[in-house]
Design a protein around this ligand. Structure first.
Ligand code: ATP
Ligand code: MG
Ligand code: MG
Ligand code: MG
Length: 489
């Protein structure tokens, strides 16, 4: 069975799309758009916050969403969900990770959500049910919130034995996006890596042996600025499963760093810094060598994804957090691992290769922004240029079809018209221009100009498009009489 991370991700979206009519939507960028309450996107639900609140623009596409599924880029290195301190010390918290999620916006609720999740884990991914433990909300007297007995009964009726069903309080089973925002009781699925007798006691106990993999949140409230809970206009389902943790389970590993999402990176680090990564689950780690490997591997992913999304290391907010991450990575790689200067950046191509099937999503908002910015800049020039051409035409003699070189040159020089575009536009009007004269001017001018390029974006785009093409050619073709799944397990 192929449980490569790429396939695991595709199986997730395919399952919800094909069996349960979810629409596949792209990940949003890691920088939240128009939400000052967050530094980074910390969960798949962030981009849907307006829907939960009943505040989505009715003309937007989002307002039509009922069921969606995706894999969201998340960063948890600041704010309410901050895992920076744990990264590298344990083997299942990252600063950047992907969150697989499915949502119902006022559509299905608890029972369907539990059934879908269980089916995916035990039938599609073939995880033995006896390795799974489920937690549910125990209620909270202080907030006047009742225990979620309904969810407990749903799991019981699905055959989950009662000794695998565990109640927990606010900290673990009441999910909140931040200090304010949508929230609600949740039920979580945990995986027992060892098949141990005392696994139940290790749930939510920070043990590498029993790790939380999937959170199913039943969105019912909004946490208001005054800390009170307001009932939402409609009830929704919001789930999140860490791709890295799921892949660890499916690839039979004990550590996220021993899966195909990380091993190429660890090998790449070993190339720049000869020496062994002994990692696994964090056994005796003299001099924090293993931890340093993990920190560097984790942080270079975060740096790559954030920078690709246009968040650069800087002096405040998310930028400052990224600067801190970069400095931590430099510290561990040079001082502990004794890697040479430049080693960190040399890992970026490996990150891009690992995330490739999906990497176009890493940057496509950035691509769109760059295209939009350039388009906006050029559109006003285009208008001006059009006027210049029209005025010049009016001044030309009746039979004159030759456009004056100085005017053409000024279109190029002052308004940024590409020379070939000028030629094309004139051609449409039955005119021409002395291209040779223009070329001579251009060559002379070339020496003075320096090309404008966004080097970070360029490198990634290049890699992505190439590998994406490769990946597509590997895709199993989908024909009408082939089974409903065009992914195989
Ligand atoms: P944990 O208790 O392990 O810190 P969490 O309860 O904070 O996880 P949720 O907010 O419920 O996590 O997020 C949903 C899922 O996202 C988790 O079940 C887990 O699989 C994954 N996840 C959360 N934080 C991280 C992280 N820092 N790195 C990798 N995966 C994570
Ligand atoms: Mg956490
Ligand atoms: Mg938890
Ligand atoms: Mg959780």
């Amino acid at each position: 069975t192929d449980f490569s991370s790429n396939r695991v991700r595709r199986t997730f979206t395919g399952f919800f799309h094909e069996l349960y009519q979810h629409m596949i939507v792209p990940s949003s960028p890691v920088r939240p758009r128009g939400d000052p309450s967050l530094l980074f996107v910390n969960a798949g639900m962030n981009q849907f916050k307006p829907i939960f609140l009943g505040a989505a623009d009715p003309r937007s596409e989002m307002a039509t969403y009922r069921r969606v599924v995706n894999s969201q880029k998340c960063v948890r290195a600041g704010g309410k969900h901050n895992d920076l301190e744990d990264v590298g010390r344990d083997v299942y918290h990252h600063t950047f990770f992907e969150m697989l999620g499915n949502w119902s916006f006022g559509d299905y609720f608890k029972e369907e959500a539990c059934i879908m999740a269980w089916r995916l884990l035990t039938e599609e991914y073939r995880i033995p049910p006896e390795r799974l433990y489920v937690s549910y909300f125990a209620g909270d007297a202080n907030s006047g919130l009742p225990a979620d007995e309904e969810t407990r009964h749903i799991w019981l009726s699905m055959g989950v034995p009662s000794d695998h069903l565990l109640p927990f309080g606010m900290r673990d089973n009441f999910w909140e996006m931040g200090e304010i925002g949508p929230c609600g009781p949740c039920t979580e699925i945990h995986y027992d890596h060892i098949g141990g007798r005392n696994a139940a006691s290790l749930v939510n106990a920070d043990s590498p042996d029993v790790v939380e993999i999937w959170n199913l949140v039943f969105m019912q409230y909004n946490r208001e600025a005054d800390h009170s809970l307001r009932l939402l206009p409609q009830f929704s389902v919001d789930t999140g499963m860490g791709l890295e943790r799921l892949v660890t389970v499916l690839q039979g590993q004990r550590s996220n760093y021993d899966t195909d999402l990380f091993t190429p990176l660890l090998s790449a680090i070993q190339q720049v810094r000869p020496g062994l990564y002994r990692g696994r689950t964090g056994e005796a780690d003299v001099g924090r060598v293993d931890m340093s490997y993990r920190v560097v591997a984790d942080h270079v992913r975060t740096l790559s994804v954030c920078i690709a999304d246009g968040v650069y290391p800087g002096m405040s907010g998310a930028e400052l957090v990224l600067r801190r991450i970069l400095r931590r990575a430099v510290r561990f790689s040079t001082e502990v691992l004794q890697a040479p200067e430049g080693a960190l950046a040399s890992l970026v191509p490996t990150v891009a290769h690992i995330l490739v099937s999906w990497a176009i999503y890493l940057i496509y908002f950035q691509i769109m922004d760059i295209i939009n910015e350039n388009e906006a800049q050029f559109l006003s020039s285009l208008k001006q240029g059009r006027r210049v051409i029209d005025r010049t035409l009016q001044r030309l003699e009746k039979n004159d079809t030759l456009f004056p070189v100085p005017v053409a040159w000024s279109l190029h020089r002052n308004l940024g018209f590409p020379l070939d575009l000028i030629g094309l536009m004139l051609e449409e009007q039955g005119l021409s221009v002395d291209q040779r004269a223009l070329d001579v001017l251009a060559i002379e001018n070339e020496k003075l100009r320096c090309p404008v390029q966004t080097s970070v974006g360029d490198t990634l785009v290049h890699l992505d498009l190439h590998s994406l093409a490769q990946l597509q050619s590997e895709e199993v073709p989908h024909t009408d009489d082939s089974p409903k799944y065009h992914y195989s397990l």
